[in-house]
Design a protein around this ligand. Sequence first.
Ligand code: OGA
Ligand code: MN
Length: 339
Amino acid sequence: MESVDNFKSKFKYYKLNKPKPSLSEVISLVNISNHTDKATNVNPYKVSEDSRTDLLGLRNTKEWELYSFYSHPGLFILKNPFTSLGQRYWIRKCLEKYPRKPNKLNIDIEVLLPDWWAECFDNGACNRPLQKKLRWTTLGYQHNWDTKVYTDDNRSPFPEELAELSDVVAQYVGYTGFRAEAAIVNYYHMDSTLSAHTDHSEVNLEAPLFSFSFGQSAIFLIGGKDKSVEPSAILLDSGDVMIMSKEARLCYHAVPKILPAQTSPWADKEDLNKISYSDANFKYISDKKQLVSDMNKNIDEAVWSPFQDYIQESRINMNVRQVLNERQSSLTDYHFNDT
Ligand code: OGA
Ligand code: MN
């Protein structure tokens, strides 16, 4: 039986600028009152405070707002829980640190750069064409895009701070056993898109997926298990965290359009307060002093400026997954079978 690709029609509608797509059906959580038939504010699993939020650039969990979607069980959005300083910290990590070797980059097939960000400023001035070439980098278990598999010999340590951030959000939504093991960081420019796909390469498909967005906004489409399901369009703004769990974990999704951000939370000078060394109970982060210093140095506008120039015209998405089952330590560890 031939099925209708309703996903593709919607993708094209939002991607093409002729005619300019109407945004009236795009669910925006900033204007939730216009979309009360589609999304609603919900209570988290855990409302207690988390001692780690401050040092990770997050607001107190008591101020967080979580939303769910009537047509998409298992899909949640945590509306920007980050401080401005926090946004700067994470944007900077994605640009300066995560694209370093041994991580894999889309540009590897063209040129192997040990440190892409440094290379962009090699001649003093900023090399914009090189900046725009980077579309993704992978962290932890590196996904092989050709074979669509994760392999044990393609594994590097997962960044501690991103494991910690993912854990804070996972605890908040009740996934106490979540372990961040692989991530894809996507870099989008104003004309970039991400076509319809499902993420199913992980051994463990019960674990949720956490998706962090920074910079310019995106129209995110999410449909069903096949492409005949007409997708919903959701606006993702800087700082938003999407949680794809349960049924939503295996649904088709895509990014047909990047839109200029309506506000620039990474530039809000009122919200750039220095953080201080505190008694956070970290699970993964070993060097608290380094973290505090990495966070605070971005208050200085001159230091922050090259990252500001980048994010003013781009969007970054950190897409975090657990690959293995709970009691499994590697892909060839079948221990998890004997329950
Ligand atoms: C992905 C993905 C969505 C986004 O990396 O698999 O679906 O919001 N990213 O960029
Ligand atoms: Mn995806």
